[in-house]
Every structure is written in C-alpha cells, then in structure tokens.
Design a protein around this ligand. Structure first.
Ligand SMILES: [Zn+2]
Length: 378
C-alpha cells in the first residue's frame, strides 16, 4: 500500500492522484474495513492449542477461528478429540517435520549432509538438516508420519521443513550446497548415468558446474519422491485427510532460482501429490515489515505459477501462513487486519496465523485477529 505514495512525490501531479491521498487505503491510514470473503473457507491458528481462549469461557468461533495447526508430536488422539469437543466444527491439522529432525544425527552421524569438500556441512545458523537419501532416516520419518495419521482424527497433515540443509527463514538466507555424501552421489550416478568418479571436491565441482542442471533436477526429484510417498501413506491410512506443505515464498526466479537450485523444491512436481500449498510470506521477518502487500504479491505469483485461481472446485488450494507474531521485526496489532487482508486475497482460499505461542499472551493482537477473522467470515 505504500506504492501509492511514491507518485505523490512526483511534481506535476494530476488531480486524480490527489484524490487518492484522501482515501483511507494509504500507508499509516486504517485499511478499509474487511468484508466477508466467501471464497476463504479456513481461518486458522498455527502453533498451539488456543487454551487461553477456550479456558477463559470463550469459544474459537468468538474469534472467527475454524482451524488449528498443532505439532505432530502433540497431535494425539486425546488432544485432537479434546479440541474438537471444546470447539465443535473446528478442523485440526498436524504439522510434520520432514528434513529437520536434527536429533536423528546423534545416533546416526552418517545421515548428516555433506558439503562440496566431502566433509560434514556445518549447520547454517545452527539449522541442521539431514541427508535426503539416507535410507534409515527416510524410513524413520515415514513411520512417524504414518503413526501421526493413524493415531489421531486429524483433518490433515502439513509437511514442514521439506527442503535441503539451509537456513532460509530470514531476510538474508544462508544457502550452502549439499549433499555430496556417498549415498547421494551413488544414487545420482545410478539414476542419471552421470559419472561420480574421483575425489568428492572434484565431483562436486562438476555437479555444480557442467552437470548442474542434471544435479538440480535429480535433487528436486528426491524431495518430490518423499512427497509422493507421504501422499501414498495418507491415501492408505486416512484418505479423507488433506496433505499440505509449508513452503518457501520465493518465486522460481528470486535469488537466482534458489527455490530449486538450493532448496530442492519443485513446486509444480510436488503439486501432483499435494492438496494445499501454505506459502510462508512472513513479511516482517523477511524484510518487508512496512509492505504487507508483499504477502499478496507472492501469493498471486504462486497462483499463476500453479494455475490456481482460488475458485470453487479447484483440486489445489493455496492457504498462506501469515506472520502476526514478532519475529525478526515486530508486527503491530494495528497491522493485523492488513496482514489478514493480503493473506486472503485470491487465489488464497484459507489463511492461518503464525503463531499462537507468539501471540496468545498479547490481548491486543488476539483481539485484532478476532476482529479480522470475524469480518471476513462469510
Ligand atoms: Zn546425502
């Protein structure tokens, strides 16, 4: 919304631009009152059971909330059933950690990602990933995924951290090249016919150089194949559940194509197996604290990229997770309606707030979330 201000600084303004200065849609002015958005079916809270609301004698419906995302470890039958009993009609989704189960490395150091030099790659900003082709790790994660789905009456499960060893959730990401372990190199050679002969520093130079396109495509394929297997488990164990993913909000061209080249995320290929894309446009955290419209711009790009319009009957859905908790930069309570506004513009058909544990004790923000959600409720 700050965009409208720029032309006003240009000399020789036409009269209609001056008219814009009096509208309430400019920065630092109240955003237009939110109105019902029938296309937006989901108004969610991510990151914890909103006990403070439920235990205070209020209902989630009082705040317009109709969906809750909780960590898969906490998504037991008891917790999910208890939440649904207290909040009839609410949908409960589990968040599932795919590639960031760092504790696994304590007993399996061979599952640590390897850098181009052939040595264990340092954890960027302490963000520890795991080798995507380590057979034991994959088996462990698939078993945990199956257990979550089988164990509780959840309405869906969302993949989280489904990307390569990299610390991207900040304004300036740290994106090392991995994984050049023997497992990965051998699998790459087997599946593409490329040569991986020679010392790892030499091989990695080739894979990041002349064989880069082949290497990137293969790595994306590995991560997509995890999604294929997750889908198969959902279809087998709880077919009515949705499969979603929380994913990096960059376009395919931003940061020199890092979405594929570095993070190994092929959105179009994964779309074959997913129901919902929860893009993560954390505007304040990612350097857009004063530009909440960045949220809807990134979401609009995703819609064009995946051919999702936010219309009834579409198989694929886009439900952004938007930042309301302070993280990196603060988000003010008075910004919440703009954040919800941009998070629920087409092609979005649902939204969730990051994150309950960060906003639940802030009455002004909780009130603002309730006001925004009730306003867009059809
Ligand atoms: Zn590896």
């Amino acid at each position: 919304m700050t965009d409208l201000r720029t032309p006003l600084r240009i000399a020789g303004l036409s009269a209609w631009l001056l008219v814009l200065t009096t509208t309430p849609t400019l920065a630092d002015e109240p955003v237009p009152a939110l109105a019902p958005r029938p296309a937006v079916a989901v108004r969610g809270i991510y990151g914890g059971v909103p006990s403070r609301i439920l235990d205070g004698g209020e209902t989630l419906d009082d705040y317009g909330i109709n969906a809750v995302w909780i960590g898969s470890d906490g998504a037991t039958a008891e917790v999910v059933a208890g939440l649904k009993a207290k909040a009839p009609g609410v949908r409960v989704f589990a968040e599932f950690n795919t590639m960031h189960q760092a504790g696994y490395l304590a007993d399996h150091p061979d599952a640590a990602p390897v850098g181009p030099d052939g040595l264990r790659a340092p954890a960027p900003d302490d963000w520890q990933g795991v080798c995507p082709t380590h057979p034991g790790y994959r088996r462990e994660r698939m078993a945990a995924f199956r257990k979550t789905l089988a164990g509780a009456p959840i309405d869906g499960i969302w993949l989280d951290y489904h990307h390569a060893h990299a610390s991207w959730e900040q304004a300036e990401p740290y994106l090392p090249d991995t994984c050049f372990c023997r497992n990965c190199l051998d699998a790459f050679a087997r599946e593409t016919g490329a040569s991986v002969d020679g010392p790892t520093p030499e091989v990695s130079r080739r894979l990041l150089g002349e064989d880069r396109a082949k290497w990137v495509a293969w790595r994306c394929g590995v991560f997509t194949d995890w999604v294929r297997e997750f889908r198969a488990i959902v279809d087998e164990v709880r077919p009515e559940a949705l499969l979603g993913t929380f994913h990096c909000p960059w376009t395919d061209e931003e940061r020199d194509g890092a979405l594929r080249d570095k993070l190994a995320i092929d959105l179009k290929a994964q779309a074959a197996y997913l129901d919902v894309f929860s893009i993560m446009p954390y505007h304040a955290r990612f350097g857009h604290a004063n530009d909440s419209a960045w949220i809807s711009r990134q979401t609009a790009w995703l819609g064009r990229f995946l051919d999702v319009r936010g219309e009834p009957g579409e198989r694929l859905k886009i439900w952004p997770i938007v930042q309301v908790a302070d993280w990196g930069e603060a988000v003010r309570a008075e910004d919440v309606s703009a954040v919800v506004d941009h998070g629920t513009r087409p092609p979005s058909t649902g939204v969730m707030i990051l994150h309950w544990s960060g906003v639940g004790s802030d009455p002004a923000k909780v009130r603002a979330i309730g006001e925004a959600y009730r306003a867009i409720r059809p």
